[in-house]
Design a protein around this ligand. Sequence first.
Ligand SMILES: NC(=O)c1ccc[n+]([C@@H]2O[C@H](COP(=O)([O-])OP(=O)(O)OC[C@H]3O[C@@H](n4cnc5c(N)ncnc54)[C@H](OP(=O)(O)O)[C@@H]3O)[C@@H](O)[C@H]2O)c1
Length: 291
Amino acid sequence: MDTQPAGTIAVFGGTGKQGGAVIDALLSRGARVRALVRNPESERARALAGRGVELAPVGIGDAASLSAALHGVDAFFFMTTPEGTSPAEIEGETRQGIALVEAAVAAAVPHVVFSSVGGAERESGVPHFDSKRRVEEHLEQSGLRATLVRPVAFMENFTSMGPSVENGEIVFRWPLPDGIPLQLVSVRDIGQISASFLLGTAKAAGGAIEIAGDERTGSQIAAAFGAHAGLPARYEALPLHVLGDNEDAQAMFRWFAETPAYQADLGAVKSIEPTAWDLPTWIRASGWGQG
Ligand SMILES: NC(=O)c1ccc[n+]([C@@H]2O[C@H](COP(=O)([O-])OP(=O)(O)OC[C@H]3O[C@@H](n4cnc5c(N)ncnc54)[C@H](OP(=O)(O)O)[C@@H]3O)[C@@H](O)[C@H]2O)c1
């Protein structure tokens, strides 16, 4: 970028994956960033401050703290997250999002970017997708200028739910029938694409975009890890009951198996972020298998 962007961009969730990636992308483009944090003393918050990010302490139940933190900003990124998988915790995600939208209204923020989830608007019946849809609806009715970013499954899921190496072979097991392509996105690209919207260097047609950088079946995911490790690879589809009594996760994996679940247009994503990562790129960049 030739000139440093003017103004300040506010980010909620900057100590987490998505917000952290948004801040990385904004800082790399020379933007000024204000992070809304619940604990400015946390290690991650202090690390942001060390990189020149302004910290604004907020409480999600403290409307005045939220609107004060958004005062005077040019754009605002937020994501929402349930604290757990119970219906009450998932309902809390909607309350969190509505509180942030209301604060943006009170502070008259010129542009709000909300990272929701792919398929939120398609009546998936997945509880933690429906909770995000209610935030989208609140935002749509708020009168704010808004952009909805709808990410598909994170490649980062493979750091905790990825393949293992067993007797010299890569084995990947997920509760998803093989042969069903699942769209995938790197958190890095959520950051890059959201930053482009926040800084006004890109626009989403119709104000919303589902984003993905790759699409693979279970066997193809296993093969990508196998190629990286130089090992043979296989996929084993697990039954849904391995998810135990987590009805939210069961609903999501059931929805994944109904093709097409996620429906991002990979070409449209590339036109906004030409360097969007496919799975092999994420595997290399993540250092997978090195620790
Ligand atoms: N995994 C996937 O495949 C996938 C795909 C699409 C969408 N999603 C959605 O992505 C969301 C999670 O995003 P993420 O991975 O970026 O989350 P994350 O890494 O867990 O980070 C959550 C962030 O939110 C902040 N936060 C949470 N509750 C807060 C509160 N009450 N007050 C202030 N800050 C609060 C956390 O701050 P602290 O540091 O203080 O905790 C942290 O910065 C979920 O809603 C999930 O459904 C996930």
